[in-house]
Write a protein that binds this ligand. Structure first.
Ligand code: 13P
Length: 251
C-alpha cells in the first residue's frame, strides 16, 4: 500500500517566528495521525530553525528548490548537500511557479532531480498543464513530456524514492480545483507513463500527489480516488486551522 503524503508548500511566506508559531500550533493537532507522511516546505532561511521545532514530531521538512551542483562558484544557489545540512529530507522540484517565473525546463528539472537523489533527498517532482494546454486537448502530451524529460536517464531503482505531484496550473491559487474525475484521470495517466518507463511494480508503489486549491472541503473526495496518494497544499497550508483538517482527511 502507498502511504499517503500531505505536504504544505509555504512558498514565499513565513518568517522564522511565523513559521515556528505555525509548527507549534500544528504539531499537537496532527500528532496522533499515523500512516500519513506530513511534510512542510518553508523558505530556505527558515529550515534550520524548524529542525528543533519538528524534532520528535511526525512532521518532515522539505525545501522548495535545489541547485544541481554540489558546491562551487554558483552565487545565490543552494545544493542538496546544503539542504541536508539545513535539515531537509525532501525537496520540491519543478514547481509551475519556477517553470513560469524562473525559466525551469525539463532539462533543469532533470538535473535537479538527479542531484537531489544523489544527495539523499526525496524529490517531489511537480508537473502540470496550463489552462491553454488543457483547452487545446494537450494535457496528456504535456504531462508525458514533463514526466519523461524530468526523469530522463534514471533507472527504476534510482527513480523509486521519487514522489510525483500533479498540479494543473489553472487550479493553483485560483480556488478552481480539478474535479475528482479530472484529477484521477491525470493521475492514472501519469501512473501509466511511469509503468511504461519503470514497470508496473515500481509505478504501483509511486506516490502521486494532487495540488491545486486543495482544502478541507475537497480533500476527502480527492483522496478517495484510486491513483491519488496525497496532496501538495499551498494557501491552505499556511494556517494550522486549515492544514490540520487536510492532514486528518480520514477523520
Ligand atoms: P494552492 O493550494 O494555493 O492552490 O497552491 C497549490 C500549490 O502550488 C502547491 O504547490
Amino acid at each position: 500500500m502507498r502511504k499517503p503524503v500531505i505536504a504544505g508548500n509555504w512558498k514565499l511566506f513565513k518568517t522564522k517566528n511565523e513559521a515556528l508559531a505555525l509548527i507549534e500550533e500544528l504539531a499537537p493537532q496532527v500528532k496522533d495521525v499515523d500512516n500519513v507522511e506530513i511534510i512542510v516546505a518553508p523558505v530556505f532561511t527558515v529550515l534550520p530553525s524548524l529542525v528543533p521545532a519538528t524534532a520528535g514530531t511526525n512532521i518532515s521538512l522539505a525545501a522548495q528548490d535545489v541547485f544541481w551542483e554540489e558546491e562551487g562558484a554558483f552565487t545565490g544557489e543552494v545544493s542538496s548537500r546544503m539542504l541536508l545540512d539545513a535539515g531537509a529530507s525532501h525537496v520540491i522540484i519543478g514547481h509551475s511557479e519556477r517553470r513560469q517565473y524562473f525559466g525551469e525546463t525539463e532539462a533543469t528539472v532533470n538535473k535537479k532531480t538527479k542531484a537531489a537523489l544523489a544527495g539523499a533527498l526525496v524529490p517531489i517532482m511537480c508537473i502540470g498543464e496550463t489552462l491553454d494546454a488543457r483547452e487545446a486537448g494537450d494535457t496528456f502530451k504535456v504531462l508525458e513530456t514533463q514526466l519523461k524529460g524530468g526523469l530522463e536517464g534514471l533507472t527504476a531503482s534510482q527513480f523509486a524514492p521519487v514522489i510525483v505531484a500533479y498540479e494543473p496550473v489553472w487550479a493553483i491559487g485560483t480556488g478552481k480545483t480539478a474535479t475528482d474525475d479530472q484529477a484521477q484521470e491525470a493521475h492514472a495517466f501519469i501512473r501509466g507513463v511511469l509503468a511504461s518507463l519503470y514497470g508496473q511494480e515500481t509505478a504501483g508503489k509511486t506516490r502521486i500527489l494532487y495540488g491545486g486549491s486543495v482544502k478541507a472541503e475537497n480533500v476527502k473526495g480527492l483522496m478517495s480516488c484510486a491513483d491519488i496518494d496525497g496532496a501538495l497544499v499551498g494557501g491552505a497550508s499556511l494556517k494550522a486551522a486549515t492544514f490540520a483538517p487536510i492532514v486528518r482527511f480520514r477523520d
